[in-house]
Design a protein around this ligand. Structure first.
Ligand SMILES: Nc1ncnc2c1ncn2[C@@H]1O[C@H](COP(=O)(O)OP(=O)(O)OP(=O)(O)O)[C@@H](O)[C@H]1O
Length: 261
C-alpha cells in the first residue's frame, strides 16, 4: 500500500462506447485527502472517465489505487478494494425501504453506522420509508450514505446536486463537505459554486481529454479561465447573485449559482 502518494493515479486512460472514443489518454491523480473536482462542459467525458476507472466501460490505460493496479480487475473487485461509487442517477432501490437500501450496501461486519447517522439524521429517521417516495435530495443522501457505510479508500461522486432545489443543493453540499473529511472524493460537478466550495483541486476535460489540472480556487476565481475552459461565468462574478433557479443546472447557463444551506 502506498499511503503517502495519491489514492488514485490514472495514466493514459482511454475509453470507447460503441464506436465512439469518449475518453482519450486521460492522466490524473486524486490525492489522499480532500475533493478533486472533475469539470468540463456537457458531454466531454467526465462520467465516462469515472466509469472507465470502475471498469464499467471498455477501456485501456493504467489505473492505480494506493499504488496497486486495478485496471486489470473486474468492477466488483474494484469496489471491494474500496472504491465507492455514487452514480449520477443515484440508483436507490425505490421499492425498498431506506434501511433496506443501507443494509444492502454494507460490505463489512462493522459498517460506519454512527458516521452515517451523524451525517444524515433525516434519512435515518425515515428508515422504514420506501426510498422511491423520498425527494431527489433525500435519495441523494441515501446514495451518499450507502457509499459512506463502508470504509472506502475513495468515493467517485457524479453530479450529486443535479436537478435539486437550492435548499437541497446546500444540504447535499454540506454532507459532501463532511464526507470529504473522512474519505477523498473525485467529484463531477456542474454547479461551479458547489465545486468552488468543496474542491481543493480541479481537473478540466474537453473532448475526452484533460486540458487543465490545478488548484480549484485559483481556477474558479479566474473569470477569464472559467469562461475559456468551461464556457460559463466564474463563481466570483455571481457569488452574491440570488438566482431563483440556483441549484438546478440543466444547461451551462445556470452553472454559476449561489449555494444556500
Ligand atoms: N451509453 C452511451 N451510448 C452512446 N454514447 C454515450 C453513452 N454514454 C455516453 N455517451 C457519449 O459519450 C460522450 C461523453 O459522455 P459523458 O456522459 O461521459 O460526458 P459528461 O462530461 O459526463 O457529460 P454531462 O456533463 O452532460 O453528464 C458523449 O458524447 C456522450 O454522448
Amino acid at each position: 500500500m502506498n499511503q503517502s502518494g495519491p489514492v488514485l493515479r490514472v495514466r493514459g486512460l482511454s475509453a470507447r462506447i460503441g464506436q465512439q472514443q469518449v475518453v482519450e489518454d486521460v492522466t490524473l491523480e486524486v490525492p489522499a485527502q480532500g475533493v478533486t473536482a472533475l469539470l468540463g462542459r456537457n458531454g466531454v467525458g467526465k462520467t465516462s472517465t469515472i466509469k472507465a476507472v470502475l471498469g464499467l466501460v471498455e477501456r485501456s490505460g493504467v489505473v492505480e489505487l494506493d499504488g496497486e493496479r486495478i485496471d486489470t480487475l473486474p468492477t466488483h473487485r474494484i469496489v471491494q478494494r474500496g472504491v465507492g461509487y455514487v452514480p449520477e442517477d443515484r440508483e436507490v432501490f425505490g421499492s425498498l425501504s431506506v434501511e433496506e437500501n443501507l443494509r444492502l450496501a454494507e460490505r463489512s461486519a462493522n459498517p460506519r453506522r454512527e458516521l452515517v447517522a451523524d451525517l444524515f439524521p433525516d434519512i435515518i429517521a425515515r428508515g422504514q420509508q420506501a426510498a422511491g417516495t423520498l425527494s431527489g435530495g433525500q435519495q441523494q443522501m441515501v446514495a451518499l450514505a450507502r457509499a459512506l457505510l463502508n470504509d472506502n479508500r475513495l468515493l467517485l461522486v457524479d453530479e450529486p446536486t443535479k436537478g435539486l432545489s437550492p435548499k437541497l443543493v446546500g444540504e447535499v453540499t454540506e454532507a459532501l463537505e463532511r464526507a470529504a473529511q473522512v474519505v477523498p472524493i473525485l467529484l463531477v460537478e456542474q454547479n461551479l459554486v458547489v465545486a468552488r466550495r468543496l474542491a481543493d483541486r480541479a481537473v478540466v476535460m474537453a473532448d475526452g481529454r484533460v486540458v487543465h489540472t490545478g488548484d480549484a480556487a485559483e481556477l474558479l476565481d479566474d473569470e477569464q479561465r472559467v469562461v475559456s475552459l468551461l464556457g460559463v461565468g466564474s463563481t466570483s462574478s455571481s457569488s452574491s447573485a440570488h438566482d431563483s433557479d440556483a441549484g438546478s443546472h440543466p444547461d451551462p447557463s445556470t452553472h454559476s449559482q449561489e449555494v444556500r444551506s
